[in-house]
Design a protein around this ligand. Sequence first.
Ligand code: AMP
Length: 225
Amino acid sequence: MVESHNLESKFIVLLGAPGAGKGTQAEGLSATFSIPHVASGDIFREALEEGTEVGLLAKSYIEKGDLVPDKVTIAMVQKRVAASDCERGAILDGFPRTIEQAEALENALAEDGKSVCVVLYIKVSTETLMARLGGRWICRNCGAVYHSLFDPPKEAGKCDKCGGELYQRSDDTPGVQRKRIDVYLAQTAPLIEHYRSKGLLMDVEGDKSVEEVQHDMQKAIEAYC
Ligand code: AMP
C-alpha cells in the first residue's frame, strides 16, 4: 500500500534493470503528466559531449558499466530537481541507483516539503534485457528509442519522428551490458526492498507491450500520486 500522497508535486521514480524500458516509458509519462523526464544517464552523456569536468569524470565509469560515484551523481541530480521546471515534480529515470542516492533524494525533497509519491518497478527477465539492449538504436536529435528487431525505424539509421540520425550507445556492447546488469543486481536491486518497506513500491510487469506497460504505469500514478 502506498502511503505518501503529495498533491502539489509528483516525484516518480522508475526502477528496473538496464533495458527494462525506463527511458521509453518515462517519455510517455512525462508527456501525460506534464512534468520533466530527468534521466541521470542522459545528463552524464550530455556533460560528456560538452566536455565538462563531470562529463570527463563520468566517462571511464560509463564505458566500463560501473556506477559514477555517489557524491558526483547526487550533487548533479540534486541540482537538476531543484530547477524551476521540476517544481511540480519529475519522472526520475536511472536515479536513485544506490541506497545512499535514495536517502539523499529523500532528504533533498523533504527540505522543500516534497517527497517521492510512487516508485514503479519494471520487472523484466534477464534474457529480454540482453536482447533489448543488443538491438537498441537511439535518435541523436530527439532521443526516441528503436530496436532493430522489435521496433525498427521505417528507414534504417533515421528517426521516424524527426528524421534525426540513429546511433548505438557505446555501453550497449555485450560485455558492458552484462556488467551493467551485474552492477544493477548488486547495487540497485536492494532499492526494491528499501522502497517496498516504505510502502512506496508498485510492481509493473515489463515483458508486455510498450503501450500496455505505459497504461499500467499511468493507472498506478493516478491511484497513488
Ligand atoms: P543509463 O543511461 O541510465 O543506463 O546510465 C548510463 C550510465 O551512466 C550508467 O551505466 C552509469 O555509469 C551512469 N549513471 C547513470 N545514472 C547513474 C546513477 N544514478 N548513479 C551512478 N551512475 C549512473
